[in-house]
Ligand binder design. Structure first.
Ligand SMILES: *[C@@H]1O[C@H](CO)[C@@H](O)[C@H](O)[C@H]1NC(C)=O
Ligand SMILES: *[C@@H]1O[C@H](CO)[C@@H](O)[C@H](O)[C@H]1NC(C)=O
Length: 359
């Protein structure tokens, strides 16, 4: 593919996804208004469908249009049945969010993804507010407020609300040669835990709180490891690709290992939970070693299954959002609503988040 085509694809896809945020917000606000009189689980059900539709649009571009190859290994049976889970994964890049979509859609759970996110992401126009309304949880590192998190979790305990709660326990992204790595190794040594080479030492506090509070509403923990093909190089591990790199075709394959741990196999005592989480990361570290130590041929998990996603899963979302973008060209009424939503929605969202003080 020529680089002109790649850049065109990148510009079109990013423009389309960002441009669809206000249209999404118009539709969503309509539903929010109507549902004020309805039970909260019903609001959440349709909200999840809407969120899922937007995330399928993301996958339409990231998986179908780019042709990104995703290989799955591990407990593939877990894709057969919908469940509520706690999702732990290693964290390297903003693409990790797209990877969560790719995993969840294969279990028809894409709309139920709820992220535990950095406090600062509230500043994202429209999305920052929307994520909160969708049941995502903002956390402030340093001055973590358990009470706020428990409030958010209480809402998710409703038996009719399904959730994939996504946590990146490393707390921040792993970037090769970054000083954070040495610091993190020292933290493991000081705690008398095995030191990790390819991951940061997981922090257990937030995960423990979620597990403790949600265990009776969850079916399992998914233990996920993600390896970007482009990071495996002879001269050592490279920085993970970012969102634009994928659209520009700079990373062509991803390996995802998913292990399912039934919820009643997780230790129910905080100290044991912490060790358990560390050992889970320690095992994943060995898996990563087998990729980055450049064993030749690649490790067995590299031959995972592709589990192809049918185009009929994502194309309808593209058509739906396109049909809402096209009228911007000729309807001044729609254009005004669209622009007002951008401005007022962003402003209103900031005010609301500030009043609620969500983290
Ligand atoms: C997590 O996944 C890794 C890699 O597949 C595996 O070795 C480890 O046993 C898993 N841990 C648990 C608790 O399932
Ligand atoms: C990878 O290399 C390191 C250091 O050379 C070694 O300690 C580790 O055991 C290796 N891991 C694997 C899976 O070969």
């Amino acid at each position: 593919m020529s680089s002109v085509l790649k850049y065109t694809r990148y510009i079109f896809a990013s423009g389309f996804m960002f441009g669809s945020a206000p249209t999404f917000f118009v539709v969503w606000t309509g539903w929010r208004g109507i549902s004020l009189l309805l039970p909260k689980w019903l609001f959440q059900k349709i909200d999840d469908d809407l969120f899922g539709a937007y995330q399928k649009l993301v996958l339409f571009f990231y998986e179908h249009i780019t042709g990104l190859k995703i290989y799955f290994s591990g407990d593939l049976e877990c894709f057969k049945k919908e469940e509520s889970i706690l999702y732990f994964s290693n964290h390297q890049s903003t693409v990790d969010w797209v990877i969560c979509n790719a995993v969840a859609i294969r279990q028809k759970s894409i709309g139920h993804l709820r992220y535990v996110m950095k406090y600062s992401l509230q500043a994202l126009p429209l999305y920052g507010f929307y994520f909160y309304e969708h049941g995502c949880i903002y956390v402030k590192r340093g001055s973590f407020k358990p009470r706020k998190m428990l409030q958010a979790l209480d809402y998710l305990k409703h038996p009719k609300i399904k959730s994939w709660i996504v946590v990146f326990p490393e707390g921040t992204r792993f970037v090769p040669n970054h000083p954070a790595i040495e610091k993190s190794k020292k933290a493991a040594e000081d705690a008398d835990l095995p030191v990790l080479r390819n991951l940061l030492t997981p922090r257990h506090k937030g995960s423990w709180l979620i597990f403790e509070s949600m265990q009776h509403s969850l079916d399992a923990v998914y233990n996920v490891t993600c390896i970007y093909g482009s990071t495996i190089q002879k001269n050592g591990r490279q920085k993970a690709p970012q969102l634009d790199d994928i659209l520009l075709g700079r990373c062509k394959e991803v390996h995802i290992n998913v292990k399912r741990v039934p919820i009643h196999d997780v230790p129910v005592n905080e100290d044991e939970f912490r060790k358990w989480l560390h050992m889970l990361y320690y095992e994943n570290d060995k898996l990563l070693d087998s990729f980055y130590n450049l064993t030749d041929p690649l490790p067995i998990t590299a031959g995972g299954k592709q589990l192809k996603l049918r185009i009929s899963e994502t194309l309808p979302s593209f058509v739906f959002f396109a049909s809402l973008l096209i009228p911007l060209g000729f309807s001044s009424w729609w254009r005004t609503l669209y622009l007002k939503t951008c401005a007022l929605g962003t402003l209103g969202g900031y005010v609301w988040l500030a009043i609620r003080s969500v983290a």
